[in-house]
Design a binder for this molecule. Sequence first.
Ligand SMILES: NC(=O)c1ccc[n+]([C@@H]2O[C@H](COP(=O)([O-])OP(=O)(O)OC[C@H]3O[C@@H](n4cnc5c(N)ncnc54)[C@H](OP(=O)(O)O)[C@@H]3O)[C@@H](O)[C@H]2O)c1
Length: 364
Amino acid sequence: MSEHRAQRYKTTKPPFLPPLTTIDQETNKQHTLTMEAIFGKSFTADDIPDLAGKVYLVTGGAQGIGFGTTYNLLKHNATKVIIISRNPEIATEAKETLAKELGPDVHDRVQWIQCNLSNLPETDEVAKKIARSERRLDCIVANAGIGIDKYSMGPSGIEEHMAANHFGHFILIQHLMPLIKENNNKFGTPGRVVVTCSENHRWAKSDTKFASVDECNEDIGPTYLYNRAKLANILMARQLIKHHLSGPNPPRVYINSIHPGVVATTQQHVAADTYDKNEGYGVLPHIAHAVIRPFLKDIFEGCISECYAATSPEIEEKEVQGKYIMPPNSIKEGSSMSLDEELGDQLWRLSIQVVKDKTGTVFE
Ligand SMILES: NC(=O)c1ccc[n+]([C@@H]2O[C@H](COP(=O)([O-])OP(=O)(O)OC[C@H]3O[C@@H](n4cnc5c(N)ncnc54)[C@H](OP(=O)(O)O)[C@@H]3O)[C@@H](O)[C@H]2O)c1
């Protein structure tokens, strides 16, 4: 296994924070002030509740951060995890590793569906099929995505970053929202949607309007292409609330965005290659990557904010809705652009139009 594939399966523990200890002079008793007591409890994989009966869908769940989430969901007894991604070899290897780690019944609990999210008609068909075949869906983790990568036109005539990271997920979630919205009434647990975003959304170009496909297809450079798609992710999460959960007696569904932290995955390899071969930076990006890689989180640390948003009872207890969750479980707001109602509305209108034009499906 190459280095970046091998590290998918490495497990590490979060660094241990030493407690502060004081001695009461009168009683001579020792009092321990833990970091937990000062800052509140940090969510870890051990805090994931029992998920028996629950059904999850994780896009990109066979690799990288998504694999970490799949692993944790299955480890905590999720009845089923549906994975959507493109590469069959990676999916097979992921299933084998999961079965080896968690037991052979994993083969019955994981369903892999091949789908290229940047192919919008294909995604439309796959999403409709899932909507028809599944009885229950507790949560979608919209994790899949391409990172900082070269400009590349996707199969539906939309540049890969916006196509895969945003429009594909938009179609998938829109088709599956009815199922997620039913969850609370049918099974007594609210549905959830988790959208994997990135701190990079803060550096989207300030003139981003999401006005047209032409705008999405403008080559603004690898980093800005990624930043814009991540801004679209966080705006979409808030728009889903507006379009699906308003009015009297809205269904109980919790929709949040997360940032995973900086996590050692294939994305840094791709970014370094892109800046070398397409942007003319030579070996410098590779050297920078080699220097920082040992300090990045591994995927089991990097999946924690996804796992928190997808499983923690705190989301319901604290009514965490439309928020941006920083790792491991810090509830924040996104950038001012991510809170811009008009920009979100425009992205929604464009998304509806694009889906209609590319697939014929009309969402309200
Ligand atoms: N790594 C980080 O430091 C970091 C930081 C902030 C945010 N994120 C976000 O975290 C998420 C996961 O990234 P990662 O770092 O884990 O990357 P990764 O290891 O490259 O995994 C990406 C996953 O997405 C799937 N995918 C990519 N394009 C797809 C498409 N068109 N259709 C279907 N599946 C597709 C890939 O599977 P196939 O190739 O088999 O399709 C793969 O499973 C992304 O949304 C990323 O933007 C990562």
